[in-house]
Design a protein around this ligand. Sequence first.
Ligand code: SIN
Length: 303
Amino acid sequence: MNNVKINPLAYAAGASVTGVDLRKPLTNAELEAVTKAWHNHLVLVFPEQNLTPQELIDFTSQFGQVERNDNVPYYRHPEFPEVLLVSNKPVDGKPSQTRNTGRNWHADLTYTDRPAKGSALLCKEKPNVGGDTMFANLYMAYDTLSPVIRNFIDTLEAVHDITLIKGFSRRDPAQIEEMRRLNPPIAHPVVRIHPETDKKLLFISERVRNFVGMSEEESQPILDFLNRHATSPEFVFRHRWSVNDLVMWDNRATLHVALADFDQSQSRHMMRCSLLGERSGYVINVDEDQSAGSLKSALAAVS
Ligand code: SIN
């Protein structure tokens, strides 16, 4: 028996979860109900959860192993490395480097060999209006492709590149260098099977540079199509934040984007905890891979 209430918020994804206090450990029945809802709705909104950083970590750890954010070791909470501060509040008098986090469609940590299983984001401060987050359902994206395209992408691998984070080049140069060193380009399958639901999904993102064995010129039109398709309005849930909303998403089956549609002089301050995902990628030597099939190399060969 439990008092957990699940109410769908949109067709593609999203459900609110009430009747549970996340400051306390979930009972077995609550954990089961929440996990089932997570797999069904992909994005869960728990309103009015005024958690401390430690409580956020404790809540998240009930769903798997919590990440320490070692691949991007900046803007972690000073006492809790598991908590990333996604915030536009100045730090030591300087603009926060996470003020523009998540501005293109992505899943968290796909530039590592273990993209996150899920992430939990807690809103501590928000602008009067705007600063919403949108989520896209990647099962729907896969299921609605034609059999011909599904067949074509079934064995493709995509090269995920940290430098394609929107606004990456505007970050602190020393941090850029370190983030590149820690996160060389990684190849992941374009079609993944979700380990819990066994369903296929389209694992694409705006942080993909090309497909393995294909040049950027060849890849870009296909990437554009797949990204546009995956983020079609029909597949999207848009969350309007309230302070103390905790939103937990299935990072393997969704993309998300943080919108900059707000007055930047107002604070937007979030704490994020991510769950370590299973290994699905490998480091790729881009120069070797790109030398085949590229238009430039073909032109060089005939000149
Ligand atoms: C993220 O991309 O993980 C942050 C999303 C947000 O701030 O809304």
